[in-house]
Design a protein around this ligand. Structure first.
Ligand code: DX5
Ligand code: ZN
Length: 216
């Protein structure tokens, strides 16, 4: 089953509760946390996640694009995120961190920037509930999908199959009606979409259409 996670990075930050409700049919709400250090952009943090948690029944998928995730990621789980993703490039001790996130009752996920290979992390996969392969350089919504990431998605799915892992494979960046089928065919099953959902006239309809396309 394909899951569609609208990214509120493309929503109106002054109306987050309504924007969350506008995509009530989504599987998860993707929350991009940026610290202006790991990426050249600044978005939101723990207090906003705590408030969002109360404003919607849709589970929160927090994507931390921050330095020192070892210090901060477990707090996002404690604040009510159902899934917490840290970037391996910023993590000092990814295995310990994944275990701490799980201990807080959230799903643990690890993200790779486009230039970060998966092969060195093969043995870590059993510690994770989801792997995120970035299909743009993290930092901004509305960027063009990087086709050159498709072989990496394929390799990741093969690696998971080889180890008999049921974990999820998420793609984030440039996912739209024109790219989602290629991602699904390569083996992704969780799709983040920011501009493709929130720039649409009917965000809920866009979610449904993307899901249908991904399952084709
Ligand atoms: C980018 C963020 C994405 C962003 C995707 O760094 O991680 O989640 O919102 O936006 P689109 O779907 O517009 O590429
Ligand atoms: Zn994201």
């Amino acid at each position: 089953m394909a899951q569609i996670n609208p990214s509120i990075l493309s929503a109106d930050f002054a109306r987050l509760a309504e924007e969350a409700q506008a995509v009530a049919g989504a599987d998860w709400l993707h929350v991009d946390v940026m610290d202006n250090h790991f990426v050249p952009n600044l978005t939101l943090g723990l207090p906003v996640v705590e408030s969002l948690r109360k404003a919607t029944d849709t589970p929160l998928d927090c994507h931390l694009m921050i330095e020192q995730p070892d210090r901060w990621a477990p707090a996002y789980a404690e604040a009510g995120a159902g899934s917490v993703t840290f970037h391996v490039e910023a993590a000092a001790a990814p295995v310990r961190l994944a275990r701490e996130i799980r201990a807080q009752g959230a799903r643990a996920a690890m993200a790779l920037r486009p230039a970060t290979p998966i092969e060195p992390y093969e043995d870590l996969l059993p510690e994770l509930d989801m792997l995120l392969i970035m299909t743009v350089e993290p930092g901004f919504g509305g960027q063009a999908f990087l086709d050159i990431m498709l072989p990496k998605i394929r390799r990741a799915r093969r690696m998971m199959d080889r180890h008999g892992l049921e974990m999820w494979l998420q793609v984030d960046g440039g996912v739209s009606a024109s790219t989602i089928e290629r991602c699904a065919e390569a083996g992704a099953d969780v799709f983040v979409a920011g501009s493709a959902v929130y720039n649409a006239d009917d965000p809920a309809g866009a979610v449904a259409a993307l899901r249908e396309q991904a399952e084709r």
